[in-house]
Design a protein around this ligand. Structure first.
Ligand SMILES: [Zn+2]
Length: 126
């Protein structure tokens, strides 16, 4: 009498692994895209906060500098950093220029990944 073994055959396991690989191949590029998009959104939010702090600083008649803008005595308690590049600080700019992020995006056509205050102005109009 032949004993019946329980378990999966090699072909069944290979089919399951192939399905998981296909799902991962579809999902991972989207995860990367959404991550870049959310980092850019957070960066634009930081830039808006810096712009508001600059305007408050100018209204108070103070000189625009990181010491006056950030810190316990400034208008933003903690100096923000770009979420895509935590080591680099933002360029504050002067009274007539917007603050900017030095992070260079590789996908220049996709406006949802721009780290620029101009992105908010162009995307909100459409
Ligand atoms: Zn940025």
């Amino acid at each position: 009498m032949k004993k019946m073994l329980k378990g999966f055959t090699l072909v069944e396991i290979m089919i399951v692994v192939a399905i998981i690989a296909i799902l991962a191949a579809v999902a991972i590029p989207n995860f990367i895209k959404y991550r870049r998009s959310s980092q850019a959104t957070a960066c634009v939010s930081n830039l808006k906060q810096i712009q508001a702090a600059k305007e408050q600083c100018l209204m108070a008649g103070k000189e625009l500098s990181t010491d006056n803008l950030f810190g316990a005595t400034g208008y933003v308690k903690v100096e923000p950093h770009c979420p895509a590049q935590m080591t680099v600080s933002y360029t504050i700019g002067d009274a007539t220029t917007d603050p900017s992020c030095s992070y260079s995006q590789t996908d220049a056509d996709d406006t949802s990944t721009w780290h620029s205050l101009n992105r908010a102005a162009t995307s909100s109009g459409t």
